[in-house]
Ligand binder design. Structure first.
Ligand code: SF4
Ligand code: SF4
Length: 97
């Protein structure tokens, strides 16, 4: 499903011209997509020069948990490596003395 990010939309109307289904209109100075008309052709995604049209992909709770776990593991790995590098630097300093 496509959505307009109101914080990025400047209301220029370029997306309206690109839409073959007349699914986009300007409401209160920002674009709005009528989901009942939209057929997900994605032409408006390329037409917007401000990246204000984004695609929302539904994610299950299980997928979200798996992503968080993966990111946490990666972060812990990076922290471990940094600690190892720090240990190596401190050892070098001691060897110099
Ligand atoms: S092209 Fe982008 S910035 Fe312009 S009205 Fe459409 S969504 Fe807003
Ligand atoms: S995806 Fe296609 S039909 Fe839907 S709003 Fe964008 S240009 Fe229009």
């Amino acid at each position: 499903m496509l959505r307009v990010r109101k914080d990025l939309c400047l209301g220029c109307g370029l997306c309206i011209e690109s839409c073959p289904r007349q699914a986009i209109s300007i409401v209160s100075a920002t674009a709005e997509i009528d989901q009942s008309r939209c057929d997900q052709c994605r032409l408006c995604l390329d037409a917007c020069p401000h990246g204000a049209i984004v695609e929302l992909a539904p994610v299950s709770k299980r997928e979200l948990c798996a992503s968080v776990t993966k990111l946490r593991d990666r972060a812990e790995d990076i922290i471990t490596r940094i600690e190892m590098l720090k240990g190596g630097v401190n050892k070098d300093k001691q060897d110099v003395r």
